[in-house]
Design a protein around this ligand. Sequence first.
Ligand SMILES: C[S@@+](CC[C@H](N)C(=O)[O-])C[C@H]1O[C@@H](n2cnc3c(N)ncnc32)[C@H](O)[C@@H]1O
Length: 244
Amino acid sequence: MTDSVSDWHRLAGTSVLLDGFHAVKHAVRFGADIPVAVSVDRAAALALADELAPDVREALAGLLVEVPQDTYRALVPRPHPTAVAALAVRPAREANLRALARTPRTAPVIVLDQPRNLGNAGAVIRLAAGFGATGVVTTGTLDPWHPTVVRGGAGLHFATAVERLTVDELPPGPVFALDPEGEDIRGLKLPDDAVLAFGSERTGLSAELRERTDHLVSLPMRPQVSSYNLATSVGMTLFHWSAS
Ligand SMILES: C[S@@+](CC[C@H](N)C(=O)[O-])C[C@H]1O[C@@H](n2cnc3c(N)ncnc32)[C@H](O)[C@@H]1O
């Protein structure tokens, strides 16, 4: 137990915090390197694994170290009801860049152009993981590995390639940018190598992104409504890609 706590203190500043059973479960399932994991009630956490995630039960049994409630609360800023937490090694940027640039691509890359809301970014990473997207790229100042984004992504940053890039550095592939003024998505087939770009919550698509755009695409919406939420727009677009 003492070793795990000192490992935690040594690694916390440079690692990805996985908060709660589901985040740890997803990270284990998608191959994250997890040097330390703690739980207030190891038996309860393993019982949860038996019930919800038997595929990772053995791995969790090898990782989880029981710590007292006070120790857990001191390690994790916003303790999760499941009282399970872990630290994971952030995947190397070079590996993510290789995954994003690899062609031919079998699933789109999502670009969030200057997003502002950390919860939206997490929700998009979860969607991208669910649909098997190649990756999620953000432009602008938001860090897609911010702890609040990782929390919103439920540990699924490890199931796709997540990086921040400039518009000039976007991966190859035709850019389909989503905007209410575009062509109706229902008449289009989105190719597997598409780069699907979405604008910021406040101001929509930036001028740089518009310059890189090959096709401007809209989601159906009645005239009196101005726009959809960013993550909702990504969900609809990925669903359309998957269904056509
Ligand atoms: C909350 S909206 C941005 C609203 C912003 N005020 C604007 O001027 O565009 C965030 C992003 O979601 C996507 N989006 C929202 N509604 C859309 C729609 N009906 N069609 C296509 N994209 C949409 C766009 O990419 C948009 O930039």
